[in-house]
Ligand binder design. Structure first.
Ligand code: 26Q
Length: 795
């Protein structure tokens, strides 16, 4: 008996008084979660010892979101224990998948940015780099989506009830965080001293999630902070008769780590979000500084040993917080503190959409974080002075950190970091040439690119074991360790039997998805139809609406123009942020299309529309491997990168997309013949916008558009119609669906045609799999490590 099996038995015996035979599924689940976590903790202990010995530079990844996905299978897979556990349960007549399915999917993120953070933690750990993640232990992750009569409804996601077994509570490492109040200054022998008065004190308690790596003993940690009232502090207030204040502190504490903000673009002006941001950045920074000082007895060499990465601007308060700690707690001068700070931070931008760039009003911000505000103001003053003195006075309007009573967080990050990167070539070019061009003039060389990547071990190794096994046997290499080896598949480009096998595996994955859809919606779908899939957050710029327009177009063609197309199943999955009305209307439209088609005895033989409820990491693992077509149809220039596009490609789907984000690089990798590109390019979009885009002209001059939109007015949404969307498209259409309509429809015809030729399609699919190596998160994370952070592997 291996010692892992022994640990399982021991835990069952001591915790539940049961043998494996007697244990129920609930007990087995808890046992596997705890025993796996403890195995990782033990490895972590050894890893940490090595780290202390080498005293090497470490990286800290700050992110408001980590979309971890389920952990149990991932950890067993990485530790090489999956087969052992599977067999152990199998002997007892149990199916390991049933245990896996009991684990909640920790939804501590909204979408791409959060999932990227988790893919990166996998990659750094698998490559033995010392990286610690920091975030918040949200009691409620991203809401659970329920569709009722076609409308999205949100329900709380109480993931900790079953999810807490993976966490390790580090009681002794709590931190105090101060809000509100005021400061005063006194001069002492050692210099200026800042005193805090009348503040509200909250405690941050750390909970660690162990991050395993593939076939390595390295274990990194994702530290999640939970807010708790500071009872000692509140008791003092209470004794002084300040009852209300002590209760307020209590209320603030319970609200801070209560929930993840479910907006993935912008939900500005929320005091609670400011508190969340400061809460987790302050706790993390205090911990990092404290640990450094303990080892070195000085902070002079801080930037040589520490690099802090800011995942978008959400953790930007790290910057003034480090300044505060250095000056107020360790008596550094402004100049010394600034020198250390500007060597410590690197920042990644994930969006160019103006409305998604974070801004905080000074009026809201200052009372909550008075000292932090003073520091930001001083950073701004000095920066503006620098601009005046260095010939950039004319650009202060765009670059100032505080402007018209708003604090622009991206500007704070750019000024204070030593490196700024975008997430795809196109996106980084836009940052340099457009969004932040003035900054690029005064900071040449500060901006660069790291194209996103994905944890291929999860997205093929675990999500598609059938394809993984086939390719491993065929290629005779373990591409899970190094995805670039997958390019060897190109040798089989003209091998009919290989192509046939790939097609067969795709069919298996389609059958599995069809089964899930049948079980969850009752709808039967045809396996031989094209699985045409768009799964991502719902956003106008991502243009789920364009996809819907194509479906309406097909409906009309089948019904009125005798079109008998290649059968297709259109699959959607998307959460809309709760206050985003247009997004919710689009979900309703898609669901109504689904009903309308189901009710039509002719049309339903050719097309079907499925809206899969509650799209999340766990569902993505089932959906993506089953796709024939990957819809990546954002308006050019709007999607910073996209990462779903890479997951689809790796699983052999063909991209139907615009020249946007990382689609551009996918196109470069597979070549023109193995991808379906359509639509305006970024310069064309800009040109059309500059000359004045008039969607009405497209509507009136193109009968196909006119017919489609006119028909849309007749669609019955069970008590709702879609005139509002039609009017919006004809009169505004900010993301130019109508301008790209024709080109999209034409490309879709080509898709249907080529799909008839199974060999050709299979070959295109093969090329996509073979060329996906560069989109491994191992490649992206190595670029962060080597080009930006300068850290070494733990040996
Ligand atoms: C900001 C202010 C207030 C409330 C919420 C927010 C907020 C929250 C989340 C703003 C943005 C986000 C998330 C953005 C995001 O997911 N961006 C995506 O990042 C991916 C990883 O780089 C890219 O692939 C996607 O293109 C990009 O959209």
């Amino acid at each position: 008996m291996s010692n892992f099996t022994e640990s399982i038995k021991k835990y069952l015996e001591t915790t539940f008084g049961n043998s494996i035979e007697e244990a129920n599924e609930r007990q087995l689940y808890q046992t596997l979660m705890v025993v796996t976590r403890d195995r990782l903790s033990a490895l972590r202990y050894e890893y940490n010892k090595k780290l202390k010995q080498t005293d090497q530079k470490q990286a800290y990844y700050m992110s408001m979101e980590f979309l971890v996905g389920r952990t149990l299978r991932n950890n067993l897979f990485n530790l090489g224990l999956e087969e052992e556990v599977k067999d152990l349960l199998y002997e007892k007549g149990m199916d390991i998948d049933r245990i896996y399915n009991m684990e909640p999917d920790p939804g501590l993120g909204n979408g791409g940015l959060g999932r990227l953070a988790s893919c990166y933690m996998d990659a750094w750990t698998s490559q033995d780099y010392p990286v610690t993640g920091f975030s918040i232990l949200y009691e409620f992750g991203i809401f659970k989506q329920v569709i009722q009569n076609g409308w999205q409804q949100e329900y709380p996601d109480n993931w900790l009830e079953y999810g807490s077994y993976g966490l390790v509570y580090r009681k002794d490492e709590g931190m105090e965080i101060k809000f509100y109040g005021r400061t005063s200054e006194t001069w002492t022998k050692t210099g200026l001293k800042i005193n805090y008065h009348d503040y509200t004190s909250i405690i941050a308690e750390p909970y660690d999630l162990m991050i395993s790596g593939y076939k390595t003993e390295s274990v990194n940690v994702l530290r999640l902070w939970k807010a708790k009232a500071n009872s000692a502090f509140n008791m003092k207030l209470f004794e002084r008769g300040e009852y209300a204040k002590s209760m307020e502190a209590d209320a603030i504490a319970t609200s801070i780590s209560k929930l993840l903000y479910p907006a993935d673009d912008n939900d500005n002006g929320k005091a609670l979000r400011i508190k969340q941001q400061y809460f987790f950045t302050s706790a993390s920074l205090q911990q990092i500084v404290k640990a450094h000082f303990k080892t070195h007895g000085t902070l002079d060499n801080f930037a040589e040993k520490v690099v802090i990465h800011i995942n978008d601007t959400h953790p930007a308060m790290c910057i003034p917080e480090l300044m505060r700690i250095l000056m107020d707690e360790y008596s550094y001068s402004w100049e010394e503190a600034w020198d250390i700070t500007t060597k410590t931070f690197a920042y990644t931008n994930h969006t160019i959409m103006a409305e998604a760039l974070e801004k905080w009003s000074v009026n809201l911000f200052e009372p909550i974080l008075p000292r932090i505000y003073t520091i930001i103001k001083e950073i701004n003053n000095r920066f503006c002075k620098y601009c005046y003195e260095n010939g950039a006075a004319g650009d202060i309007e765009t670059m100032a950190i505080i402007h018209h009573g708003m604090i622009r967080m991206a500007n704070l990050c750019i000024v204070s970091s030593y490196n700024v990167n975008g997430v795809s070539k196109l996106h980084s070019d836009i940052l340099i040439e457009d969004t932040f061009k003035d900054f690029n003039k005064i900071y040449p060389g500060k901006f660069n690119n790291v194209t996103n990547g994905i944890a291929h071990r999860r997205w093929i190794g675990q999500a598609n074991p059938e394809l993984t096994k086939y390719l491993t046997d065929l290629l005779g290499v373990n591409f899970l360790k190094d995805l670039s080896a997958i390019e060897n598949l190109m040798k089989f480009k003209d091998d009919k039997s290989v192509i046939e096998n790939l097609n067969r595996i795709k069919d298996i994955k389609k059958t599995q998805l069809a089964r899930y859809i049948k079980n969850s919606t009752g709808i039967n779908i045809d396996n031989t139809s094209i699985f045409d899939i768009q799964v991502k957050r719902l956003h106008e710029y991502k243009r789920q609406l364009l996809n819907a327009l194509h479906i309406i177009y097909l409906f009309r063609e089948i019904k009125f123009n005798a079109l008998r197309p290649q059968p297709r199943t259109f699959i959607f999955g998307a959460k809309a942020s709760s206050g985003y009305v247009m997004a919710k209307n689009i979900i309703k439209l898609i669901c109504s299309l689904s009903d309308m088609i189901e009710a039509d005895p002719l049309v339903r033989n050719y097309i079907k529309v499925i809206f899969i409820e509650d799209y999340r990491v766990t569902l993505a693992e089932i959906i993506i491997p089953a796709a024939n077509i990957s819809e990546q149809i954002s308006q050019a220039g709007k999607e910073a990168s996209g990462t779903g596009n890479m997951k689809f490609m790796l699983n052999g789907a063909l991209t139907l997309g615009t020249m946007d984000g990382a689609n551009v690089e996918i196109h470069g990798a597979v070549g023109d013949n193995n991808i379906f590109i359509f639509g305006l390019t970024t310069p064309e979009v800009n040109e059309l916008f500059a000359k004045g885009y008039k969607p009405y002209d497209y509507y009136i001059s193109n009968p196909e558009i006119k017919n489609t939109l006119d028909f849309m007015r007749t669609i019955d949404g069970n008590g709702t119609n879609f005139n509002n969307i039609v009017d919006y498209l004809i009169n505004h259409d900010p993301y130019m669906c109508l301008a790209d309509f024709k080109s999209y429809i034409d490309k879709q015809k080509e898709v249907a045609e080529i799909y008839q030729d199974k060999d050709r399609w299979g070959q295109m699919s093969l090329v996509n799999i073979a060329k996906s190596g560069i989109f491994s998160a191992d490649r992206s994370t190595a670029e962060y490590v080597n080009n930006i952070w300068n850290i070494e592997k733990v040996k």
